[in-house]
Ligand binder design. Structure first.
Ligand code: ATP
Ligand code: MG
Length: 454
């Protein structure tokens, strides 16, 4: 767990953050440190320069006696935190109020050892040594304890601040890393359950709407889709087994009969019948495969912009002739320039299925009407007939795979036309509704109301 935690992106990001924060802290403290101490040292140095200027009233030309008098007066004055030492050319002390080793000409900062004759509160000295024309030296020193204290204070605050930054950064990194790991582990756990065969398992979402939730939601949607597809495959398998059984059994019986009565005069017609049954079986399995392919969503990849008005006009023209042959009529009212993104071949199949249903199930002399128009962002298409219609409580059954309502099975078909039409509509993100054309009539008819996004 610890190795994993150190490997998480959040811990790495937190570490980077800590490094950046520490670097900027060092820079900020460095600037404060240098400028604050620099300013204090300048003040102190100006003070020492002023003291020397007061004693050497005429600069380098000040007579030695005036210098000596000045030093003695300064020593005798009440203590101001400034100290003096005058030495002659032989290095002997002429006047002094502090004990320091001999120092070279220039500036010095002394912290330790502290001169013994100094008061306790003095912890550091700033010193200026000035060589005199006589060969002796004038030394002026000032209490620099403040400087020393500031120095220590700034360093101490820096170390504390730095430590707190480091601690907060590390704690945040470990906290975030642990949280991220926990969420990922929940995803892994769900994944393992799913791999073990539990397709109902979903990734838990925290509800915070963060990127983990987003990822979880996407994976969950994917799982829901996989679950649906697997359910479909199972159902299709069952249905194939169930629905192919009847025609295959019948076919087998016919073939057996033919074998037994080889010389029967009806043999050629029985053979033709058998071929019809094989064809019907092939058509059924092709329909099932087609439906499965549409429901898989794979056809979405080949979607392109298409002219729906032209497509519907073509279909209406083609089927108007077919309808005439059936003694029926097909009227079309299609608005121009309806376009959408989709699969032309599938949409053609969708409308063919519906028109063929009307021709097959609405009875002789069916009056079929097809309309299409745009309303806002959707295209609404209706296909109506004035046949027997489908009672509202049997809509679901009609839309089901192999759902055929005609109990006598007097019409040809496998009950795949409507489910395929429905699946194609869903593939195009549309809606598919069955209603009655004239609910009050004895023959209410069927109207299919389709909407497709424009
Ligand atoms: N326009 C309609 N009027 C009345 N009943 C209909 C109409 N369209 C469909 N149905 C009923 O709904 C059932 C299902 O229709 P669907 O198109 O799915 O199958 P089918 O037409 O029987 O067979 P297939 O389309 O596979 O050749 C039909 O068997 C029929 O009973
Ligand atoms: Mg049909």
């Amino acid at each position: 767990m610890r190795a994993k935690l150190l490997n998480t992106t959040s811990v790495r990001l937190a570490a980077m953050g800590v490094v950046l924060a520490s670097t900027s802290a060092v820079v900020v403290f460095g600037v404060i440190y240098i400028s604050a101490l620099g300013a204090m040292r300048t003040t102190l140095d100006t003070e020492l320069n002023n003291e020397i200027a007061e004693i050497m009233v005429r600069g380098p030309d000040t007579p030695p006696a005036v210098i000596e008098a000045g030093v003695r007066a300064a020593i005798a004055a009440p203590p101001t935190g400034t100290f003096f030492r005058l030495m002659n050319a032989q290095g002997q002390i002429v006047a002094s109020d502090l004990a320091l080793p001999p120092l070279a000409q220039g500036w010095h900062s002394l912290t330790a050892p502290k001169p013994t004759r100094f008061p306790d509160h003095i912890r550091a000295l700033r010193v200026r040594v000035q060589r005199l024309a006589t060969g002796g030296t004038l030394l002026v020193a000032a209490d620099a304890s403040m400087l020393d204290e500031m120095d220590a204070l700034i360093l101490r605050s820096f170390l504390i601040g730095f430590g707190i930054t480091l601690a907060i950064g590390l704690a945040a990194g470990i906290g975030f890393g642990r949280r991220a790991l926990a969420r990922i582990e929940a995803v892994s756990a769900a994944g393992e359950k799913i791999m073990a065969g539990d397709f109902t398992k979903r990734i838990p979402l925290s509800g915070s709407g963060d990127e983990f939730d987003h990822l979880g939601a996407v994976i969950n949607a994917m799982l829901a889709r996989i679950e649906l597809l697997i359910g479909n495959i199972r159902a299709v398998g069952d249905e194939i087994a169930h629905d192919l059984r009847a025609p295959l059994t019948r076919l087998r019986q016919s073939l057996e009969l033919m074998l037994r009565e080889r010389a029967h005069p009806d043999l050629p017609s029985a053979l033709a019948d058998a071929i019809d049954q094989v064809d019907a079986t092939l058509a059924l399995s092709a329909g099932i495969l087609r439906l499965a392919q549409i429901e898989s969503g794979a056809r979405r990849a080949s979607f392109a912009k298409l002219d729906l008005s032209a497509l519907l006009d073509d279909l209406a023209d083609t089927y108007a002739t077919v309808a005439e042959d059936h003694g029926a009529t097909l009227q079309a009212a299609i608005a121009p320039e309806l376009s959408l993104t989709g699969d032309a071949a599938l949409l053609k199949q969708l409308f063919s299925n519906l028109i063929e249903n009307a021709l097959t199930h609405a009875g002789p002399a069916a009056a079929i009407s097809l309309t299409a128009r745009r309303s806002h962002t959707t295209i609404t298409i209706t296909l109506s007939d004035h046949g027997p219609g489908i009672p509202a409580d049997r809509h679901a059954e009609a839309l089901r795979r192999f759902g055929r309502l005609d109990p006598s099975r007097s019409t040809e078909g496998h009950g795949l036309g409507l489910p395929i039409a429905c699946a194609i509509t869903a593939l195009h993100d549309g809606t598919f509704t069955l209603t009655a054309t004239n609910p009050a009539c004895e023959r209410p008819g069927l109207t299919i109301l389709l909407t497709l996004p424009a």
